[in-house]
Design a protein around this ligand. Structure first.
Ligand code: ADP
Ligand code: GLC
Length: 493
């Protein structure tokens, strides 16, 4: 089939800039689209904190010393490129030190409105200057949600974009980019204010994500279950009405896993490699994980049923992830059942304090590393026996799919992508890949963990459960074809 011209724009791309799963998706999907032969341009801010992993950004000669006027201010910018390590994907880096030299990806204040509005504007202008006429312009989350509107308001006159259709992927509707309407002139939106959500304008604010929902030609979210959930009052975060109106343009496509990065057979970041046929390397990973985290060493060879399991957590520590459900019950599991717990994450103070206190109280059973550590994330996937994701909501979630591949069955709440990727283990039939609970309570979580611990006591059942998860296939190859089908449908052919 004819290749498509696709522009893909995001605020995070792994490993260059990452705070969560958006970065993993924005690295993998373009890579697989490129493999399918499409003509692809990827755009990302040139953050001063970019992690280039040895790759060197190069200036695009004819795109240096540029000025873009936004809100009467001339922003000086240029375009650099960098090949994503280990892939054929060239990322176009929008360099504008005034906006992107910050200690963190997101400043969390008004400043972000300009930083990301500019990303949209510069992406469109870079396409113009390169003479690149995208048939699909794929935006992600609130940061790039003004792009469909700017496509009309700023460059609608340019025939280059005559056939451009926009796709907006909703990775997380809880983050909407809401700013005071006093910013409209600075964003060049004042004279187009009739195109914005009038009721919200009258209340004095503009919502980037909502604006994207109004103007993108197609909407996607990252799992089929979440596509239904966000149309309800419980999960829609105030956007449910609009999402219901656009229901026929909204599809859920489950994220994939990049198995070149996340496979225990080849993972160079873990202490030993292993496969479903030979799990001895996993045992070594567990031993080294415990020792590396300062917990008492345990001999090799103690399998399911012979020792308490190691529970693992790798997460942003925010209320979305549901860790408050563990606060009451975890101490009992640690004390009465002797389970071990290894946690990696940072975020809200109340969760950081909870896990630090727990590691002091159960110093021989709990280890908490506060921070962001790529290697340790892989170690925990490999070295833990069970992986915990009690999320209140989870648009997709990647760690449950990684943990399945690493033979580390997940305990998850039945929501979003967790519900779509994990099936309940049934000891009678030997089918299923993990443990799910419905009730958003401490009891709900304890019930699921109890089921997991009961299964752990039966080595044969446990091995079957692990094998089921390791055989599950969430490869990007298949999911990329779903995006491709959507692009063709939107592009009209
Ligand atoms: P979300 O995007 O909501 O954070 P996902 O499950 O989709 O959730 O993706 C999380 C990604 O971020 C995974 O790749 C996970 O390993 C990674 N991650 C989260 N917290 C950390 C951390 N503290 N250190 C290293 N990696 C982390
Ligand atoms: C968001 C969601 C997460 C999803 C990720 C990538 O951050 O919280 O569930 O996996 O985006 O789509």
């Amino acid at each position: 089939m004819r290749p498509l011209r696709i522009a893909f724009v995001a605020s995070e791309i792994a490993p260059l800039a990452k705070t969560g799963g958006l970065a993993d998706v924005s690295a993998a999907l373009p890579r697989f689209l490129l493999q399918r032969g499409h003509d692809l341009r990827v755009f990302l801010p040139f953050y001063s904190t970019l992690r280039t992993a040895g790759a060197e950004p190069l200036p695009v000669e004819f795109l240096q010393d540029l000025t873009l006027e936004m809100g009467g201010h001339g922003f000086h910018w240029s375009v650099w490129t960098l090949q994503l390590p280990g892939t054929g994907v060239w990322v176009h880096l929008i360099r504008c030190p005034e906006l992107y030299d910050r200690p963190r990806l997101y400043s969390g204040d008004e400043d972000d409105a300009f930083r990301f509005a500019f990303l949209s504007r510069a992406t469109l202008e870079a396409c113009q200057r390169m003479g690149f006429a995208p048939e699909i312009l794929h935006c992600n989350d609130w940061h790039t949600s003004l792009t469909p509107l700017y496509l009309r308001s700023e460059v609608g006159w340019d025939g280059l974009f005559a056939a451009t259709k926009t796709v907006l992927t909703l990775h997380n509707v809880a983050y909407q980019g809401i700013f005071g309407s006093h910013l409209l002139p600075a964003l060049d939106l004042e004279e187009h204010s009739s195109l914005l959500h009038q009721e919200h304008l009258s209340h004095g604010y503009i919502n980037f994500l909502e604006t994207g929902l109004l103007y993108a030609d197609a909407l996607t979210t990252v799992s089929p279950t979440h596509a239904s959930e966000i149309q309800t009052d419980t999960y829609g975060m105030g956007l449910q009405g609009l999402l219901r109106q656009r229901s026929s343009d909204l599809v859920g496509i489950l994220n994939g896993v990049d198995y070149e990065i996340w496979s225990p057979e080849t993972d160079e970041l873990i202490p030993a490699r292993y496969s479903a046929a030979d799990l001895s390397g996993k045992d070594l990973c567990r031993k080294q994980l415990l020792e590396g985290m300062g917990l008492p060493s345990e001999p090799l060879g103690g399998g399911p049923g012979q020792r308490p399991p190691v529970l693992g957590i790798v997460s942003r520590l925010v209320s979305q992830k549901g860790f408050d459900l563990l606060m009451e019950s975890l101490p009992f599991f640690l004390r009465d059942q002797g389970v071990r717990l290894v946690v990696l994450g940072e975020g809200e103070k109340r969760f950081e304090v909870f896990f630090s206190d727990l590691s002091r109280r159960f110093s021989d059973r709990v280890a908490y590393f506060r921070g962001y550590e790529e290697r340790l994330a892989h170690w925990i996937e490999a070295g833990a026996d069970l992986f915990l994701m009690p999320s209140r909501y989870e648009p997709c979630g990647l760690n449950q799919m990684y943990s399945l591949r690493y033979g580390t069955p997940p305990v998850v709440r039945r929501t979003g992508g967790l519900a779509d990727a994990v099936s309940a283990f049934d000891p009678r039939t030997g089918e299923g890949t993990g443990f799910l609970f419905d009730h958003l309570t401490s009891y709900g979580f304890s019930w699921a963990l109890d089921q997991a611990l009961a299964t752990w006591r039966h080595p044969d059942a446990w091995r079957k459960l692990q094998a089921n998860g390791m055989a599950a296939d969430f490869s990007w190859g298949r999911q990329t074809r779903r995006y491709e089908a959507l692009y063709r449908q939107v592009a009209g052919g």
